[in-house]
Design a protein around this ligand. Structure first.
Ligand code: SF4
Length: 441
C-alpha cells in the first residue's frame, strides 16, 4: 500500500497534460500562428476532434461542453468542423508538409451526441481531406444513449479504442453528481462493444466524489473489473466551483476529506493491481496485453491532453471549439466559444486564439516532467540548475519515493501519488503563480 505523507500533498498541482500547462496560455494568437505551426509539420501527426455537446450535462464536469439541444445547432457545428478540416489539410498540403495521420481521436463532450450517420460522414471528410488510409481511431462515449447502431458503426469502421464515462456504479453517488446511469446500461454498452469486436475499452472512474465511501469505491471497482475493460483511469474528483459553475450543484460538505481521498486512491490502486491490471503512469491501469500497458512497461508511454497514451506522434492537431494543438515549439488552443469558432473557420480563418510558445528550456523541462509522470527514470543534467533541483527533491528521496543516482532521477513504484509534486519542481511557471489547481490526490 502507498505510504501517506500528507505534507508532500498539501500544495495543489497541475495535472501536466502539457508543459507549459494551459494556465500559461495567453490571448493574442491567431490564424498566422496556426498556419506557421502547420507549415513546420514534418512527421506524421495525430488529429483530435472535439465535439462539445452532451445529451445531459453532469454536475462535476470540467470539460468545455454544453447540452446538445437542437439538431440545427449540432449540424451547424459539424459544418464548421468540415470547414476547419479543409483549412488544416489545405495548409499542410500547401507547404508540402506531412499529411499522414497516425491517429484520430474523438472526444468532448460526447461524440455520441451526434448520430452514427453524422459520425461516419465526419470521418469520411477527414479521410478525404487528409488523403490518408484509416489510421488508429479512438472515441470517447457516454454510456447513456449509447445504441447498438453506434456500436455496429464503430465496429464496421475498425475503431481500435473507446472510452466509457462510468465514474461510479453507486446509485446514491450518481444522484449526487447528476449522472444517473444504471449498471445495466454500462453492462449492455460493453456487451454491444464486445459484439462489435472493439479491441480496447476504457472505463473512466472517480474517487473523492460527494457522499462516496471507501466501500462504494471498492464495490465500483469490483463491478467494473467484472466487465473486464482493457483500461481503467481512476481520477480524483477536483472540486473547483469557481472555475466550473456547474459544480456549484455539488454539496461540498459531502466531499471526502484529504485523508480519505488518499486512502481511496491507494486502495483503488492496490485493488486494480490485484485484479491483474498493470499501472500506467500515476492514475491509469491496463491489462497486460493492451497497447497502453505495453507502452508503460517498455518506456514508450506518453502524456498529452488526452491523458496517458501510447501515441508516439510529436504533433497533435486539435480541431473543434477549444481544441488544443501540440507542436514542438508552440501550443495553440482554438476559440472556445462555439459561435465565434464557427464564424472564424467558415470565414476561412484557422481558429487558433490562445497559446504559448515553447523554447529549448521548455522542451527539456517538458521531457523531465513527462518522465516523472510516466514513473520512469529521467536525466536531469540537461538542465543547468539540476543540482539545485536535486536538492529540492530531497524530501521525496529521503522518504523512499525516488532515487537519485548522480543526475538520474528514478521514481519508485510507490511514488504515483507524489509524481505531480515532484514534477512541479521542474515547472518554472509555478514558482510565481498562485493559480488554482487540483489536489495532488
Ligand atoms: S458526459 Fe462527459 S463531457 Fe458530457 S457533461 Fe458528462 S462528464 Fe462532461
Amino acid at each position: 500500500m502507498w505510504p501517506y505523507f500528507p505534507e508532500l500533498l498539501a500544495v495543489p498541482v497541475p495535472r501536466y497534460t502539457s508543459y507549459p500547462t494551459a494556465a500559461e496560455f495567453q490571448d493574442g494568437f491567431g490564424d498566422a500562428d496556426g498556419a506557421n505551426a502547420l507549415a513546420q509539420v514534418r512527421s506524421s501527426a495525430s488529429l483530435y476532434i472535439h465535439i462539445p455537446y452532451c445529451e445531459k450535462i453532469c454536475w462535476y464536469c470540467g470539460c468545455n461542453t454544453g447540452a446538445a439541444g437542437r439538431t440545427s445547432r449540432l449540424n451547424a457545428y459539424l459544418t464548421a468542423l468540415d470547414a476547419e478540416l479543409e483549412l488544416v489539410a489545405a495548409r499542410l498540403a500547401a507547404q508540402g508538409a506531412q499529411r499522414d495521420l497516425a491517429r484520430i481521436s474523438f472526444g468532448g463532450g460526447s461524440p455520441n451526441a451526434i448520430t452514427p450517420l453524422a459520425f461516419v460522414r465526419l470521418l469520411d471528410r477527414i479521410v478525404t481531406a487528409f488523403g490518408s488510409i484509416l489510421p488508429h481511431i479512438s472515441v470517447e462515449l457516454d454510456p447513456r444513449g449509447f445504441t447498438s447502431h453506434w456500436a455496429g458503426m464503430l465496429g464496421s469502421i475498425g475503431v481500435a479504442q473507446v472510452s466509457f464515462g462510468v465514474q461510479t456504479l453507486a446509485d446514491h453517488v450518481q444522484a449526487r453528481i447528476g449522472r444517473v446511469q444504471p449498471r445495466a446500461t454500462i453492462a449492455q454498452g460493453v456487451e454491444m462493444l464486445r459484439a462489435a469486436a472493439i479491441p480496447s475499452i476504457n472505463f473512466d472512474l472517480m474517487y473523492g466524489l460527494p457522499g462516496q465511501t471507501l466501500g462504494d469505491l471498492i464495490e465500483t471497482l469490483d463491478g467494473a473489473c467484472a466487465m473486464r475493460p482493457e483500461r481503467i483511469a481512476l481520477f480524483g474528483y477536483a472540486h473547483v466551483p469557481d472555475m466550473f459553475a456547474r459544480q456549484r450543484r455539488i454539496d461540498a460538505s459531502d466531499l471526502p476529506d484529504a485523508a480519505l481521498r488518499f486512502q481511496m486512491a491507494a486502495e483503488g490502486n492496490a485493488f486494480l493491481l490485484a485484479a491483474g491490471y498493470v499501472p500506467v503512469g500515476f492514475d491509469h491501469f491496463a491489462l497486460p496485453h493492451d497497447p497502453l500497458a505495453k507502452a508503460a512497461t517498455s518506456g514508450q508511454l506518453r502524456r498529452n491532453f488526452q491523458g496517458f497514451t501510447d501515441d508516439s506522434a510529436d504533433v497533435l492537431i486539435g480541431v473543434g471549439a477549444s481544441a488544443i494543438s501540440i507542436f514542438p515549439d508552440i501550443l495553440l488552443q482554438n476559440e472556445k466559444n462555439a459561435g465565434r469558432y464557427r464564424m472564424r473557420v467558415t470565414g476561412g480563418q484557422l481558429a487558433s486564439a490562445r497559446g504559448v510558445r515553447r523554447d529549448a528550456d521548455d522542451a527539456i523541462r517538458a521531457k523531465i516532467i513527462e518522465d516523472i509522470l510516466c514513473l520512469r527514470a529521467s536525466d536531469l543534467s540537461r538542465l543547468d540548475e539540476w543540482q539545485a533541483l536535486a536538492d529540492a527533491l530531497h524530501p521525496f528521496v529521503e522518504r523512499g519515493l525516488a532515487q537519485l543516482d548522480g543526475a538520474v532521477l528514478s521514481p519508485t513504484r510507490d511514488s504515483a501519488p507524489y509524481a505531480r509534486g515532484m514534477a512541479v519542481l521542474f515547472d518554472r511557471h509555478r514558482r510565481t503563480s498562485a493559480r488554482q489547481f487540483s489536489q495532488a490526490v
